[in-house]
Design a protein around this ligand. Structure first.
Ligand code: GAR
Length: 224
């Protein structure tokens, strides 16, 4: 049974960089494919392009500086506590990490258990971490891709919601592969948010079950 909400899902996006995934979600909301409202875009980088994009769309943009906490043994937790206050002030239902390059601590993860998503440019659990397109090429993988998952304390480890695969071509370099993966990121992230908004995601241990999901083809075969 899907949950029908009387008010739109209140979403916050955390981003550190260019914010193309933020843009894809904004576009999907404005285009009516996603029933949600972005109530805050938050960055740890003052000059993040993501914040500029937020302002362009009349969204609340918030820079939270990590410098005041530097050197403290609990600097990451203290920073996340500050973020949590901001999220609570804005009555956020769902947090989206979109190119957010800080590791989130239990402070945020526990407050938003199964209500915080991340997008990662690999087919997890292969290649968590950084430089993952290069790692997939160097390993000799034939397929790469991207994953939207719920966030847990382990980096890139949470239950997987949705994935898309792309072929790795013989002449790929990390940048060309990243560009091909990014096209798919922009499709699956808005889709995951809409599934959440419709109340169709159920977490069962490591698995995320999607109510009413339709199978899309039997297999994805790499280029040959
Ligand atoms: C995206 O490719 C996203 O998957 C990746 O950073 C990029 C952000 O792009 N995230 C990670 O690597 C997190 N582990 P964007 O700022 O244009 O959305």
């Amino acid at each position: 049974m899907s949950i029908s909400r009387t008010t739109p899902l209140r979403v916050a996006v955390l981003a550190s960089g260019r914010g193309s995934n933020l843009q894809a979600i904004v576009d999907a909301i404005e285009g009516g494919q996603v029933q949600a409202r972005i109530v805050a875009v938050i960055s740890n980088k003052k000059d993040a392009v993501a914040l500029e994009r937020a302002r362009k769309h009349g969204l609340t943009d918030i820079f939270v500086d990590s410098k005041p906490f530097a050197g403290r043994p609990d600097s990451r937790e203290a920073y996340d506590l500050m973020l949590l206050e901001r999220l609570q002030q804005h009555e956020v239902d769902l947090v989206l990490l979109a190119g957010y390059m800080k590791i989130v601590t239990g402070v945020l993860v526990n407050a938003y258990a199964n209500r915080m998503m991340n997008i990662h440019p690999s087919l997890l659990p292969s290649f968590p971490g950084l430089d993952v397109q290069k790692k997939a090429i160097d390993w000799g993988c034939k397929l790469a891709g991207c994953t939207v998952h719920f966030v847990t304390e382990g980096v890139d480890e949470g239950p997987i919601i949705i994935q898309a695969a792309v072929p790795i071509l013989d002449d790929d370099i990390p940048e060309t592969l990243a560009a091909r993966i990014l096209v798919q990121e922009h499709k699956i992230y808005p889709r995951a948010v809409q599934l959440f908004a419709e109340g169709r995601l159920r977490v069962d241990g490591r698995r995320v079950l999607i109510e009413g999901a339709k199978p899309e083809g039997e297999a994805i075969i790499s280029s040959a």
